[in-house]
Design a protein around this ligand. Structure first.
Ligand code: DOR
Ligand code: ZN
Length: 393
């Protein structure tokens, strides 16, 4: 692989930062790598309007300030806020004041709306049950150029969990893009070849449909989850799929096609919530998200590096009409091993998908205890003495 590598500073168009002590523990890991990030709203009490989004953003900025990110003017980190769409969301939910309707997207309190079907994943019991009830809202979003980010899986208990993404395409996504052709839609964390093919075929110019791809879906298939012991730290939603799906995702990320870009879906849960009778879905990849992308895409020619840079640092910005980041990051070979866990105060219990009766529940950890979050790292090659890592200041 080429080394050292200089890369336009990446953006992360899908990130779970949580709140409280956990937010403080995980935020620096994203802030030191990414310029802009789309912050997901699925807190235990979801962020459902501009006022809550503003408060959440202020918390994030306060913690950034504590870690001195704002003092480094050349390295700003911009949280772009989303709201959780429910059947009660109104157009007004997007704005603090009416004047925001005409503000540039970067200055609005809310950058995008996030759609989850009820119980699709962590903290989504308030999600949508009947999609047509949101059509008037989508009309407003289409007209006012508010992007729609979708957790693209149907959440019907009787549907096989491996088929939920493909069925979402047929049942919801296809009709949605026909009905709202100007609505800017991001099909998030795609995990199947069907999704890659659909987005690639439907993308047009100017593009209104795009997909994010996570580092872990680029690196893992379902054998890595289930094939050699149950690996709870590889459990996320949508589930990682077959090798042919992983290869299609790698192909999409390597292609440089404008409709594919990085969204890490970094989603921290404490070890005791992952290794549990009813474990949480989510992979914490923020510390080495870019290193994982390099490990999966293995660019060894400058042209391949160019495509990778489109994926990590340009396509998402272009899709959202944002300026390109001017700053760059550098990756070098280091002898220091990857850090494999992070100590954090015990996070609140996060039932997934939502309270499901478990016959043999685990003991609740002591509230004063420390908890660990397992860090997703690039796979180690047996003869590796050095690992590729971002130079961090
Ligand atoms: O694996 C996941 N974890 N997928 C999601 O969509 C949500 C996330 C979380 O918030 O834990
Ligand atoms: Zn997510």
């Amino acid at each position: 692989m080429l080394c050292p590598i200089s890369l336009r500073k990446p953006d992360d168009f899908h990130l779970h930062l949580r709140d409280g002590k956990l937010l403080e523990a995980v935020l620096p890991h994203s802030a030191q790598t990414f310029a802009r990030t789309l912050v997901m709203p699925n807190l235990a009490t979801p962020i459902v309007n501009a006022r809550q989004a503003r408060t959440y953003k202020e918390n994030i900025l306060r913690i950034l300030h504590k870690f001195r990110y704002p003092s480094n003017a050349s390295s700003p980190f911009h949280p772009l806020m989303t709201i959780f769409l429910t059947e009660e969301t109104t157009p007004q939910s997007f704005y603090l004041e009416d004047s925001e309707r005409t503000s540039p997207p970067l200055e609005r309190s809310v950058f995008a709306g996030k759609l989850y079907f009820a119980t699709a994943t962590t903290n989504t019991k308030h999600g949508v049950q009947h999609l047509p009830s949101l059509f008037p809202l989508f009309e407003h979003m289409e007209k006012h150029n508010i992007p729609l980010s979708i957790h693209g899986e149907i959440a019907d208990e009787t549907t096989d969990v491996f088929d939920r993404e493909s069925l979402f395409i047929d049942q919801h996504l296809e009709p949605l893009i026909e009905r709202f052709p100007e609505l800017r839609i991001t099909f998030e964390h795609i995990s199947t070849k069907e999704a890659v093919d659909f987005v690639s075929e439907r993308a047009r110019s100017p593009n209104k449909l795009a997909a994010t791809i996570t580092p872990h879906h680029l690196l893992l298939n379902r054998n890595d989850l289930l094939g050699c012991g149950l690996r709870p730290h590889h459990y996320c939603l949508p589930l990682v799929k077959r090798e042919r799906d992983r290869l299609a995702l790698v192909g999409a990320a390597r292609s440089g096609e404008r409709c594919f870009f990085l969204g890490t879906d970094s989603a921290p849960h404490g070890r005791s919530h992952k290794q549990a009778s009813c474990g949480c879905a989510g992979i914490f990849n923020a510390p080495y998200a870019i290193e994982c992308v390099f490990a999966a895409l293995q660019p060894d020619k400058p042209a391949e590096l160019g495509c990778l840079e489109l994926f990590t640092s340009e396509n998402g910005a272009a899709f959202h009409d944002l300026p390109l980041n001017e700053e760059r990051i550098t990756l070098v070979k280091k002898t220091a091993p990857y850090r494999t866990s992070l100590s954090v105060p015990v996070p609140d219990p996060v039932p997934v998908p939502d309270p499901v009766p478990v016959p043999d529940p685990d003991p609740v950890p002591d509230a004063d205890a420390e908890e660990e979050i397992v860090v997703f790292t690039p796979p180690n090659q047996p003869d590796d003495t050095e690992s590729l890592q971002i130079l961090r200041g």
